[in-house]
Design a protein around this ligand. Structure first.
Ligand SMILES: NC(=O)C1=CN([C@@H]2O[C@H](COP(=O)(O)OP(=O)(O)OC[C@H]3O[C@@H](n4cnc5c(N)ncnc54)[C@H](O)[C@@H]3O)[C@@H](O)[C@H]2O)[C@@H](O)CC1
Ligand SMILES: Nc1ncnc2c1ncn2[C@@H]1O[C@H](COP(=O)(O)OP(=O)(O)O)[C@@H](O)[C@H]1O
Ligand SMILES: [K+]
Length: 509
C-alpha cells in the first residue's frame, strides 16, 4: 500500500472526483458515510450516548457535519460544536446548511467549552490533512479542554493538530484519540513511535479513491500489508532438492550468549534454507548439536568467542552478530568477512554485535558489500549514525545511510522500517508487543539469512520484505496462542511456518 503525502492526498481526491464524475461534496458524503458505517458497526445508539462532534472550518469539519447528520438520521443523539470561522470551505458550509435543525449546535469559545461527562463520545473533526501550522487560540483551548476530560475520542482522518508527514514543534497541542479512522490509505504520521499517544488505534475505511491515480503515484513510503507481499514467496517445485534453496552460514554466539545463536539458527532452519552451517565458539558445540540437529556445527578454535573466519566459498549468504560479543579478535573476523564477501558477492546480514562493532569502528562501513542487510534497533542505529532529533530525522538518517552504503537497513520497532539503497522506505504492518522481549531480533537475523541465501528465487528487496513481514506475523500468531506477555522468541519461530504459508504463491495452471 502506498503512503501519500498531504499534497498527494488532495490530488487523489481531485483525480477521484474527475474519474468518477462526482462533485467534491459527493466525495465528502462518501467518505463520511464510510466513517459513519464504521462507527455504527461498533456502537449502538445507547452505547454511544450523546455524541459531541467538534467541527473545524475545512473539509475535515465538513466530514464531521455529514457524520453528525448521518448519525442523527440513524437514531443517535448528536450535538455539534463549531470552531468560530470567518470562512468555511464550500463543502463544509454546504453541509452546515444541510444540518438538520433539531441537532443542537453551538460555537465554541474559550469561555464556552463543551461540558463532557466521563465517557462522552467525542468526534474530532477540527482539522485534517489541511493543517498548516500548530493549533492556537480557541482550537488549542478546546483540545487542551479535551485532554482534561475522560472522553472517548474518535479522530476523523487524523488527530487534529498532528501534521500528516512533517515534524512539528515539541509543544504542539494535538488531540489524543482512542481511535483514528482515516480514508483509504495510512498516513506517515501514524507509523512513528512519538505519535502513538495521539493516533491511538488507527483504522482505514475505503472511499473508492481513483485506482489509476494511486497506481501511478510516485511515493517515498510504502506500508507493507498482506496484499503487498501476498504470493511473493515462490512455491517449491516437486523435484526440489536442498541445493536449490541456498547454503547459509551463521556466525554467532559466545560464552553466556549461545541462546541468541540457537534462536537465529532455528529461525533460519524454519525459513526454508536448503543447508545451514553455524560457526560458533567451542563452548557452543554441544548446545548447537542438541538444539538444532538439522544444522552443521563448525567450531572456532577458541572456546569463548569467534576468532577465525571459515572459508566462504560454499555459502550463498552469511548472517553475523547474534550473541557474538565484541572481542577484538571477533572484530578482525568481521573485517575479513566484509572484504571476502565483497569479492565473492556474497549476501550478508549483520545484526547485534556485528552492528555494535561497526558502530565503534566506522571505517569498516566503507567495506559493506552492496545489498548488505543490517538489522539495528534504534539504539544500534544511533551507534551507526548519530542521535536523531525526532522520528522524521531518524527516517532521514536511515534514507541517507542506505543510499550512501547501498545497503538495506531494517530499523526495528513496532512498525519496522526497511531503508533501501534506492531511497524508498517500507513500513511493516505485522508484529505484536509480545515481541518486545529478548531474542525476537535474533530470530529475525535467522529468517533474513535464510531468505537471502535463496537469492535464486528472491531479489534482495523481496527477501527483506518477506522476512520482516513473516517474522512479525509469526510474532502475532505466537502472541494469539500464548498471550503477549508469555510468548517468547522460541514460540515465534515455531509459528514461522504458518506465516510463510500465508505468503506462498498460489498454484499456477
Ligand atoms: N474531497 C474532499 O472534500 C475530501 C476531503 N476529505 C477531508 O478533508 C480533509 C482536508 O480538508 P481541508 O483541506 O479543507 O483541510 P482541513 O479541514 O484540515 O482544514 C483546513 C483549513 O484550516 C485552516 N487551518 C490550517 N491549519 C490551521 C490552524 N492551525 N489553525 C487554524 N486554521 C488552520 C486552513 O487555512 C484551511 O482553511 C481531510 O483530512 C479529510 O477529512 C475527505 O472528506 C475525503 C474527501
Ligand atoms: N511493540 C512491538 N510491536 C511489533 N514488533 C516489535 C515490538 N517490539 C519489538 N518488536 C520486534 O521484535 C524484534 C526485537 O529485536 P531486538 O530489539 O533486536 O531484540 P533482541 O536483541 O532481544 O533480539 C524486532 O524485530 C522488532 O521489530
Ligand atoms: K481530525
Amino acid at each position: 500500500m502506498k503512503i501519500l503525502s498531504a499534497d498527494q492526498t488532495h490530488a487523489a481526491d481531485q483525480a477521484t472526483i474527475k474519474t468518477d464524475r462526482i462533485s467534491s461534496l459527493d466525495l465528502m458524503e462518501r467518505a463520511a458515510t464510510a466513517l459513519a458505517d464504521w462507527l455504527m458497526n461498533r456502537l449502538s445508539p445507547s452505547e454511544a450516548g450523546e455524541a459531541h462532534v467538534l467541527c473545524g472550518p475545512g473539509n475535515n469539519g465538513g466530514d464531521g457535519l455529514v457524520l453528525a447528520r448521518l448519525l442523527h438520521l440513524a437514531g443517535y443523539a448528536v450535538r455539534v460544536w463549531l470552531l468560530p470561522a470567518d470562512k468555511r470551505s464550500a463543502d463544509c458550509q454546504a453541509n452546515l446548511d444541510r444540518l438538520p435543525a433539531n441537532i443542537p449546535q453551538a460555537e465554541v469559545a474559550e469561555d464556552a467549552l463543551p461540558t463532557l461527562p466521563d465517557g462522552t463520545l467525542v468526534v474530532d473533526a477540527l482539522f485534517g490533512t489541511g493543517l498548516s501550522r500548530p493549533l492556537e487560540g480557541v482550537a488549542a483551548a478546546l483540545v487542551r479542554h479535551l485532554h482534561k476530560a475522560k472522553a472517548r475520542v474518535l479522530a476523523v482522518d487524523i488527530p487534529s493538530g498532528l501534521f500528516t508527514d512533517a515534524p512539528q514543534p515539541a509543544d504542539s497541542v494535538i488531540v489524543r484519540a482512542y481511535h483514528t479512522v482515516s480514508f483509504e490509505l495510512p498516513k506517515l504520521a501514524f507509523l512513528l513511535p512519538h505519535n502513538a499517544e495521539y493516533v491511538g488505534q488507527w483504522h482505514l475505511v475505503p472511499i473508492g479513491l481513483d485506482a489509476k491515480f494511486l497506481a501511478k503515484a510516485k511515493v517515498e513510503h510504502y506500508f507493507v500489508d498482506a496484499a503487498f507481499v501476498a504470493g511473493k514467496l515462490p512455491r517449491r517445485a516437486m523435484f526440489s532438492h536442498k541445493g536449490m534453496y541456498g547454503h547459509a552460514l551463521l556466525l554467532a554466539g559466545s560464552n553466556g550468549k549461545m541462546g541468541a545463536c540457537v534462536l537465529a539458527t532455528r529461525a533460519c532452519l524454519r525459513s526454508g534454507v536448503g543447508l545451514l552451517t553455524v560457526r560458533t565458539p567451542g563452548i557452543g558445540y554441544d548446545v548447537l548439536q542438541t538444539t538444532a540437529p538439522e544444522a552443521m556445527a563448525l567450531v572456532d578454535p577458541n572456546q569463548d568467542h569467534l576468532t577465525e573466519l571459515p572459508a566462504l566459498k560454499s555459502y550463498d549468504a552469511v548472517g553475523m552478530g547474534p550473541g557474538m560479543g565484541q572481542e577484538d579478535a571477533t572484530r578482525v573476523v568481521l573485517e575479513q568477512l566484509l572484504r571476502e564477501a565483497g569479492e565473492q558477492q556474497l549476501a550478508l546480514v549483520l545484526d547485534a554485535d556485528a552492528l555494535n562493532l561497526l558502530g565503534t569502528h566506522r571505517e569498516l562501513l566503507d567495506l559493506l558489500p552492496p545489498d548488505t542487510v543490517l538489522t539495528p534497533h534504534p539504539k544500534e542505529f544511533e551507534r551507526l549514525t548519530e542521535p536523531a532529533r525526532d522520528d522524521y530525522h531518524r527516517l532521514e538518517l536511515l534514507r541517507n545511510f542506505c543510499q550512501k552504503y547501498r545497503c538495506y537497513c531494517v530499523l526495528k520497532g513496532a512498525y519496522t522500517c526497511l531503508g533501501t539503497p534506492d531511497g524508498p522506505l517500507y513500513f511493516n504492518s505485522t508484529g505484536s508487543p509480545g515481541m518486545a522481549s529478548g531474542g525476537s531480533g535474533d530470530a529475525l537475523t535467522g529468517v533474513l539469512t535464510a531468505l537471502r541465501a535463496q537469492s535464486k528465487h528472491l531479489s534482495p528487496l523481496d527477501a527483506c520484505l518477506l522476512s520482516i513481514y513473516a517474522h512479525g506475523r509469526a510474532g502475532t500468531l505466537a502472541a494469539e496462542a500464548l498471550g503477549e506477555a508469555s510468548s517468547l522468541a522460541h514460540d515465534l519461530i515455531e509459528k514461522l511456518g504458518l506465516a510463510f504459508q500465508e505468503l506462498t504463491a498460489p498454484e499456477e495452471w
